[in-house]
Write a protein that binds this ligand. Structure first.
Ligand SMILES: *Cc1c(COP(=O)(O)O)cnc(C)c1O
Length: 376
């Protein structure tokens, strides 16, 4: 059999990106070390201001991670034991654990099988007297159908917190996600579209009083030194990470454009390949997809995953276990089979390598390897 010789195609190329940013980043980090202000200094202020402006929202408050952004938001909204929050079962664990850590219960709606985002038609049927809010997740970089969710939230007097960990700069009908609800929660985990060199997160809001509440909660619950009026936590955006993010934010628009172009290039290559076995990502017509992930769908996912991994292509599954089947949530009594579309997606989807540093040759190679799996 003819074998193409190829290098590994990694899931990320952090080293390559660092080469192009090296002097800028090291210079900026050195200034932080020289100043000696390591917690909530000027880099954090600059990043909060610039990120808020970039999104088009009034306030941004840095914190330690995307998980903490969700948790702090729910703390600020007073989510407590006995409350219910409506969300999606197809998301990262942290979306659900933030709700559960507050003592509340995630109530799931199934997903839309095309976009993989929450099926908005099922939300109203899940509202009870205990429902306090809706927590939509803009999965893979694509917005949920926000007009419907906003309508329901307004009509039923529910708050809304958006999980934007995969959706920096994603838009719905021209409006940036994270600006629709009480809070928008962002992660700068290294693999995200804007990634730090460690953990980092951000909460955005258009209401000054809510921003102030988050500022107090992220810093032990104190608003003046030595006095603690609230039961807060220690979850701040690190000054060194903020310095790195300040450098990287300038490139974010360019990187998003590159991701979109490469996603469309995959689409084109798959269409040329004539492979009918592979379902390509679905794009809503009224959004701006930022392609955090390029997720294909196939019926024999596990064997294809095995074949691509053997060929040196690093592919990943987001997510193999829907939240209602996670062991940590056993005590909440969810049933297997309760959200069939989410369960099917969890067993049929696969994310191919996608990042600004991915070359055309590598994309051709990925699609060839998929074709090899089906045609040899
Ligand atoms: C990454 C991610 C998070 C958590 O962010 P961390 O910074 O890793 O804590 C939450 N929700 C979703 C959808 C994510 O992808």
């Amino acid at each position: 059999m003819r074998q193409r010789i190829l290098k590994e195609i990694p899931a990320q190329k952090f080293d390559e990106q660092f080469k192009t940013l090296r002097s800028e980043i090291l210079g900026r980090v050195e200034q932080v070390f020289s100043r000696g202000q390591f917690i909530l200094g000027q880099e954090v202020k600059i990043f909060e201001n610039d990120f808020a402006r970039w999104l088009g929202v009034a306030q941004a408050v840095g914190c330690a991670s995307g998980s903490d952004a969700l948790l702090l938001s729910l703390m600020a909204l007073g989510v407590k034991s006995g409350d219910e929050v409506i969300t999606t079962p197809l998301t990262f664990f942290a979306t659900g654990s933030a709700i559960v850590r507050q003592g509340a219960k995630p109530v799931f709606v199934d997903i839309d099988p095309l976009s993989y985002n929450m099926n908005v038609a099922q939300i109203e049927g899940k509202i009870t007297s205990k429902t306090r809010g809706i927590l939509p997740v803009h999965l893979y970089g694509q917005s949920c159908r926000m007009d419907r969710i906003m309508d329901i939230a307004a009509k039923r007097k529910l708050w809304m917190v958006e999980d934007c960990a995969q959706a920096h700069g994603t838009k719905y009908k021209g409006r940036t996600v994270g600006t629709f609800g009480e809070f928008g929660c962002f992660s700068f985990y290294p693999t995200k579209n804007l990634g730090a060199y460690g953990d980092a997160g951000m909460i955005v809001t258009s209401e000054d009083s809510l921003a102030q509440e988050i500022r107090i909660l992220r810093s032990y619950g104190t608003s003046r030194r030595d006095y603690h009026d609230k039961l807060g936590v220690n979850s701040r955006l690190d000054e060194v990470q903020a310095a790195i993010l300040n450098v990287k934010l300038k490139y974010l628009d360019t990187w998003i454009t590159a991701r979109r172009e490469k996603a469309y290039r995959y689409n084109e290559l798959f269409k040329e390949s004539g492979l009918t076995e592979v379902r390509l990502p679905f794009e809503e017509t009224d959004g701006y997809h930022t392609y955090h992930l390029y997720v294909i769908r196939v019926s024999d996912r596990d064997s294809l995953l095995e074949h691509l991994t053997q060929s040196g292509i690093q592919v990943r599954v987001y997510y193999p276990v829907p939240l209602h089947l996670e062991k940590a949530f056993d005590f909440l009594g969810y049933q297997s089979g309760a959200y069939p579309e989410a369960e099917k997606a969890a067993s049929e989807t696969l994310a191919l390598p996608l990042y600004p540093e991915l070359s055309d040759e590598e994309q051709v190679c990925v699609v060839e390897k998929v074709k090899e799996f089906y045609r040899s």
